[in-house]
Design a protein. Structure first.
Ligand code: 0RA
Length: 691
């Protein structure tokens, strides 16, 4: 296949090199000289790596291959997908610069990825400092990509992802680039981690412009998996489309018998994103409040650039806060200065309006940010030429000037909105005042409970069979569905490190319940006491008594419902527990096969099939299908599900809080239809982690 392809390329090349217009475009030095000079100036200003010789280039790529984690975080599934984000970022940058309207991303058979854009095409001329073509420079010089795009629109180098296309090349078995530019089609191929097989070649004619990149991740680097997940790619690209209004993104999965393809384009950008997040909630008013603006800032180099910021907000009739922030299309999970700016403006403007219009009496305390955020869905999106990402997971925006920029933009424009829309303003104020009252009532309920000894950390629930160790880092809390399974778990466990809390029936549906009622629920109270870190907004993860909280439910519909309820509860009221990776889902086996006096356990259908083949079992050979935990005795439960040496557990992650939030409301909200779908898909936010 590959051989054939090269041959066609070669013939086309000989054919087209005679074609005059293209040839002229290629060598017309005076047309592109200014562009070239500009590039040179740019490169002189940039860092020393631009003086890289060929040897340095290869050393650079080799460094990436030696320590891929430094560049893409991990070589497991997320790292594999990171390669796609990296290439897509380049195309989005071209769109943000105003030259590209469409980006196509295709997962091809064989787990290769193609990203096509209709931008200007990566420069094909020789870059002064590297002596290489623009294409070769972008794909072999570390951090070269972004530096090219100076001028026009907002230059944004993709933040967290911005390690550059060369990193993708370094981590690919092969990578091919096709550039349509100046009437010509140019091609170049790299193999074995970025080694060019030849120089950039003119291979044909065309009338359009754009860039087509195809790559195959190197399986010797991505040893864990080289299989792409369509849903992950689809969800992320939909998000990118929301965050960059007007850009059309087409995602295709061409691996199956039937191609799947979805197109995302949102003229309303983050305004539509807010509506989408609220789509199965009840908005309190039609319009989405929208604020936007930009401010000049001076970069270290002395050049002046711009910070662009926009915020979209809408209230719904629920009680949860849904504020999501982004910088350069990167979801800043840990917040940062843009969220702080929003908080300052909201608190200032809402309190001033509430006092001026008598929603707050003189002797009453200010409304808190938590009050203001009840039922608020908001997206904050910032485009910054030099973002500083901080925090544990590098998802906290650190640029201090952004706080004031956001505070200013939102302060002015929200204030104007409230003045111009008194009816909507009244709706908002009443909602927030109600939240404040509920907060005071909840505080009272909590105080009462505390007085009764309910939230005291010293009293543990009677149903809890605690472990003897007091070292949280080795302690595990199993939350077990039903009293009978709870009994087996208590007998089978390792008493030193494993505590058991049986749960009776279903816990309260926390999405719909107000804070007040949640604290009155006995099962919830037991859990709060057992875990020991309190509850939002005072939840203190440093006080928790177990670093593994394991949800153990039956493998049936009720079991998965209880699991979702528990996850919702943790998500809403002990979020750091999930964020820090302390929540797990036990994986009891689904099947048991008795064969020649030995027991074999299988955790899914594939394993059962493999086992049948391995043992050479005849069709119809009997096996047991476990319907519930209760069907196992204490020894079996220990051996298959609780023994750290044998068990499999899934760690719950919140990679994408938005997707998770959506998933929770789909399940818990009033809208029934998406619920069924969800139960199917909910494995999405649990990542496989064998322990
Ligand atoms: C810098 C300058 C020019 C185009 C690009 C970068 C560019 C880069 C990428 C990466 C993926 N797709 C892209 N599309 C364009 C244009 C220079 C000129 O005007 O010729």
């Amino acid at each position: 296949m590959e051989e054939e392809k090269k041959e066609t390329v070669a013939t086309e090349e000989t054919k087209t090199e005679e074609a005059k217009p293209v040839e002229e475009a290629f060598v017309a030095k005076d047309v592109s000289v200014s562009e070239l000079n500009e590039t040179e100036v740019e490169l002189e200003k940039a860092d020393a790596s631009y003086t890289a010789t060929n040897i340095q280039v290869l050393e650079g790529l080799e460094a990436v291959r030696k320590r891929p984690g430094m560049y893409i975080g991990t070589t497991a599934g997320p790292g594999l997908h990171h390669l796609v984000w990296e290439i897509v970022d380049n195309a989005i940058d071209e769109a943000l610069a105003g030259y590209c309207t469409e980006v196509h991303v295709t997962i091809n058979p064989g787990e290769t990825i193609t990203v096509t854009d209709n931008g200007r095409g990566i420069p094909v001329d020789i870059v002064g400092k590297t002596g290489l073509s623009g294409v070769e420079t972008v794909y072999t010089v570390l951090h070269a990509g972004g530096k090219f795009g100076e001028g026009g629109g907002y230059k944004v180098s993709g933040g967290l992802h911005g390690v550059g296309a060369s990193v993708v090349n370094a981590l690919s078995e092969w990578l091919e680039v096709e550039v349509h530019k100046n009437g010509g089609i140019y091609k170049m191929r790299f193999e074995n981690g970025g080694h060019p097989t030849d120089r950039l070649k003119l291979v044909g004619k065309c009338e359009d412009t754009g860039t087509i990149v195809t790559f195959k991740p190197d399986p010797t680097i991505f040893v864990e998996t080289t299989t792409y997940d369509y849903i992950t790619i689809r969800d992320r690209l939909r998000q990118v489309a929301y965050l960059n209004r007007g850009i059309t993104i087409v995602v295709t999965d061409a691996r199956g018998e039937q191609k799947i393809s979805e197109t995302f384009c949102y003229k309303g950008g983050i305004k539509e994103y807010v509506q989408y997040i609220n789509h199965n909630k009840v908005p309190l008013f039609e319009e989405v409040i929208y604020c936007e603006g930009s401010e000049p800032i001076e970069l270290a180099s002395g050049t002046v650039s711009h910070v662009y910021a926009e915020v979209a907000m809408q209230y719904n009739d629920g009680y949860s806060k849904n504020v999501y922030s982004f910088c350069n299309n990167v979801h800043t999970h840990e917040g940062g200065t843009h969220e702080e700016g929003l908080r300052l403006a909201l608190t200032r403007v809402i309190n001033a309006y509430a006092r001026d219009n008598k929603f707050l009496k003189e002797n009453e305390d200010n409304l808190t940010y938590d009050d203001i955020c009840e039922g608020l869905t908001a997206i904050v999106s910032v485009k910054h030429p030099n973002p500083q990402f901080e925090g544990q997971t590098k998802t906290k925006l650190g640029n201090f000037e952004v706080r004031k920029i956001l505070s200013g933009i939102v302060g002015d424009q929200l204030n104007r909105f409230l003045m111009e829309n008194p009816k909507t303003a009244k709706t908002i104020m009443e909602k927030i005042v109600m939240a404040a009252n509920a907060r005071l009532a909840a505080r009272q309920a909590r105080d009462n409970m505390r007085r009764k000894g309910g939230l005291e950390l010293t009293t543990l629930p009677g149903k809890l069979a605690d472990c003897s160790s007091k070292d949280p880092s080795v302690c595990e809390l199993y939350i077990v569905e039903g009293n009978s399974a709870g009994g087996s778990a208590k007998n089978g466990r390792d008493r030193e490190t494993q505590a058991i809390l049986p749960l009776r029936g279903k816990i309260l549906n926390v999405e719909k319940a107000q804070a007040k009622r949640i604290f009155a629920n006995a099962e919830i109270g037991n859990m709060i006491q057992a875990i020991g870190g309190g509850i939002d907004p005072e939840f203190d993860v440093s006080k928790i008594r177990y670093h593994k909280v394991v949800i153990m439910t039956d493998a049936d519909v009720d079991g998965s419902h209880i699991r979702i309820l528990l996850l919702t509860f943790f998500y809403r009221f002990m979020r750091p527990l999930i964020e820090q990776g302390y929540v797990y889902i036990a994986q009891p086996p689904l099947y048991k096969v008795d064969y020649h006096g030995k027991q074999y356990y299988c955790y899914n259908d594939e394993q059962l099939e493999v086992l049948k083949k391995q043992l050479n079992l005849k069709p119809g050979y009997p096996f047991q299908r476990y319907k519930g935990l209760g069907e196992m005795d204490d020894v079996q439960l220990w051996e298959t599900t609780m023994d750290p040496k044998n068990r499999k557990m899934l760690r719950v992650t919140l990679d994408d809080a938005i997707a998770a939030e959506q998933v929770f409301t789909d399940l818990m909200g009033d809208n029934v239809e998406p619920r069924k779908e969800f139960i199917h898909e909910n494995a999405k936010f649990v990542k496989n982690l064998d322990i």
